[in-house]
Design a protein around this ligand. Structure first.
Ligand code: SAM
Length: 260
């Protein structure tokens, strides 16, 4: 963890407006994730009541990757989605390269992902890289997945354009993301949890000083939402868009196919 990661990254001032509109969003997001990498999995499991792995399994199903194909899991973090994908695939794709490539721009995340990717998850390989400039050639994979990552990139539209670049024609894009629930009662309960209780317990558990668990609900409330993500699919040439709402409408899993 670098020294900057121990300091406050998101405070009252920086979260007063829209965090997505900040010119320094990428730097802050990276420092924040470097700060919480070590406790990231534990906080996820506890605060999603173990459901987060189920949402990732839905994303694996919607990516529909078959042996011989390659999937790039962008913003892979500690590797949970890359590992779930790897468990369904042989180590090598048809061209002899890895079946699953996880990419993340927070260096502290990658050794954690690598350490978890042995045995039946050995198909996953990892690389440092930015979602906006993936360190991969054009048309190199059949699927791109991104779980709880699109909201965190500085320019989600440019990221989806980049995903289209690395996908082969007919390739699939799967986006798993939090969303504000539409039902007013669920919205009220979700806000009480994500803005009231969760930041206290998650911050205490991780010893976090970055403000990560205040940024989380604010970044969801100010993000695109179901229709906004669907519009990105359309704008960048993905057809057949569909989305599945989960967890009382607080999580969406989107899928679509390039050029169809
Ligand atoms: C909430 S975590 C999600 C991790 C993982 N996908 C999961 O399901 O747990 C978001 C991740 O996105 C990464 N990230 C944010 N912006 C990125 C970018 N521009 N390029 C690559 N990774 C990025 C962060 O470093 C962090 O690891």
């Amino acid at each position: 963890m670098d020294a900057a990661a121990k300091k406050k990254v998101w405070g009252r001032d920086t979260l007063a407006g829209d965090p997505h509109a900040r010119g320094d969003k990428a730097r802050r997001v990276r420092a924040m994730f470097a700060s919480i990498a070590g406790s990231y999995d534990l906080n996820n499991r506890l605060h999603a009541f173990g459901m987060d792995q189920r949402w990732r399994r839905v994303a694996v199903g919607m990516a529909a990757v078959t042996p011989g194909e390659r999937v790039v899991d962008v913003a892979c973090g500690t590797g949970d989605l890359a590992i779930a994908l790897a468990r369904t695939l042989p180590a090598a794709a048809a061209d002899g390269g890895p079946s699953v490539i996880g990419v993340d721009f927070t260096f502290a995340m990658l050794p954690l992902a690598e350490g978890k990717s042995s045995g039946d998850a050995a198909a996953a390989a990892y690389a440092a890289g930015d979602a906006l400039r993936l360190p991969l050639p054009d048309a190199c994979c059949e699927a791109v997945t991104i779980a709880f990552g699109l909201r965190n990139v500085a320019d989600p539209s440019a990221a989806v354009a980049e995903f289209a670049r690395v996908l082969k024609p007919g390739g699939r894009l799967v986006v798993l993301e939090f969303v504000e629930p539409r039902n007013p009662l669920i919205r009220w309960g979700n806000a009480a949890y994500t803005r009231g209780l969760m930041p206290l317990t998650a911050t205490a558990l991780s010893g976090d000083r970055s403000g990560a668990y205040r940024y989380l609900p604010k970044s969801v409330a100010t993000f695109l939402g179901t229709a906004g993500v669907a519009a990105l699919y359309e704008r960048h040439g993905f057809g057949g868009h569909r989305s599945r709402a989960m967890n009382l409408g607080t999580v969406d899993c989107h899928a679509g196919t390039l050029g169809r």
